[in-house]
Design a binder for this molecule. Structure first.
Ligand code: SF4
Length: 374
């Protein structure tokens, strides 16, 4: 199986914390859509005929696209590649785009899963984040998505907000659970460079949650999700058994995927490629046949390190037999110390983070990284 990711680089407003590639102008939309269709035609052969198990419209805000444009892209994938009969086809959507009519049009187009960018159920938080929706729209959209007859749906929430208390976070999780969500992606607010939030923090106007507050909120999140029957299958992702994101799980397990659209990344098992993060240069590249991407051949060391970084974040961990003797020899002491400290365990030849270790997933993975000169 393989996957296709389509990056839709348009948003209604710029959220203060966001460093994804997007434009708030729709002026290039038709050219970008034409470019995506051309790119699909040109690159589908890179999947070597493997059935497409997942198709993911991310962004940006894919729900800003007219439903016929989404249907056209799905139809094109169907014509070009063997799309699995039970393919997971996800659309990221913002609450202000959810109506009974849009949901009906998306399901008719083939969307099987909607990922709803709720982020918070509180008006003052949504205003602070610069989101285009309010709390009323957040609640209404969940109700509509839950009743839309989709195979699955999920919501995004953000914790670690300035001044957020455990009580506020608990209230957010309760609201989501009360609506019967089968899947949650919960992200800790991070201050990325070149964002409005970064400038506010640099001026001392905003003080994000400290490490201890973030860790408390993460612990609480995991405990509440487990108590509600949602499995913490990845650091930021919780789902009922049959609602795990198949697209993201394949990505974490190193399955090849094709990335279409401005700023989209691709991986073919050995090489990473990323398209230019500029709508006009992307469209021009496809119109003129000039280069609109860069690529990098991964070294064996980089491949091992990527497997560690993504695999350790999941509940399946990393298969030690696939990491090679270099890592096992060179990191044996570090692995033993982490096991003794209670951060890691070895189970069925797999290296898995413990509950305690999940608090430091990225640091533990990078401690184990191979370096070229070791
Ligand atoms: S809607 Fe999503 S992609 Fe767009 S600016 Fe906000 S967080 Fe970023």
């Amino acid at each position: 199986m393989s996957g296709i990711y389509v990056h839709v680089p348009f948003c209604r407003k710029a959220c203060t914390y966001c460093d994804f590639h997007f434009s708030t102008s729709l002026g290039t939309r038709e050219r970008v859509l034409a470019g995506m269709q051309r790119e699909l035609d040109l690159r589908i052969a890179e999947l070597d005929g493997a059935p497409v198990g997942t198709l993911y419209f991310g962004g940006g805000t894919p729900s800003l696209l007219p439903a016929p444009a989404i249907a056209a892209l799905i139809g094109q994938v169907r014509r070009l590649a063997p799309l699995a009969a039970d393919a997971e086809i996800t659309l990221e959507a913002n609450p202000d785009d959810i109506t009974p009519q849009t949901l009906e049009a998306w399901t008719a187009a083939g969307i099987t899963r909607v990922s709803l960018g709720i982020q918070s159920f509180r008006d003052e938080r949504l205003r602070w984040m610069g989101r285009a929706h309010d709390a009323g729209q957040a609640l209404r959209s969940i109700g509509l998505v839950a009743r839309a007859g989709l195979a699955s749906w999920t919501i995004d929430l953000i914790y670690g907000l300035p001044g957020m208390t455990l009580a506020e976070w608990d209230e957010q999780l309760s609201t989501a659970l009360d609506h019967g969500m089968p899947h949650l992606s919960a992200y800790c607010l991070t201050v990325e460079e070149r964002t409005a939030l970064h400038r506010q923090v640099a001026k001392g106007l905003v003080h994000p949650a400290n490490d201890a507050e973030q860790a408390d909120q993460f612990e609480h999140l995991t405990a509440r999700m487990e108590a509600a029957g949602l499995v913490p299958y990845e650091i930021s992702n919780f789902g009922r058994e049959d609602h795990f994101s198949r697209h993201n799980t394949a990505y974490w397990q190193g399955v090849p995927y094709l990335g279409i659209g401005p700023a989209a990344h691709s991986f073919n098992g050995a090489k990473r490629r990323w398209n230019v993060a500029n709508n006009i240069r992307y469209a021009e590249g496809l119109e003129r046949g000039s280069t609109y991407w860069e690529e990098e051949q991964l070294t064996p060391v980089q491949r091992v390190n990527e497997r560690l970084l993504t695999g350790l974040r999941t509940m399946w961990g990393v298969d030690l037999r696939t990491l090679g003797t270099d890592l096992l020899e060179q990191s044996a002491d570090l692995i033993r110390i982490s096991v003794e400290r209670g951060d890691l365990l070895v189970r069925d030849d797999r290296l898995v983070l413990t509950r305690q270790g999940r608090n430091f997933a990225d640091r533990i993975a990078s401690d184990l990284f191979l370096t070229d000169d070791r």
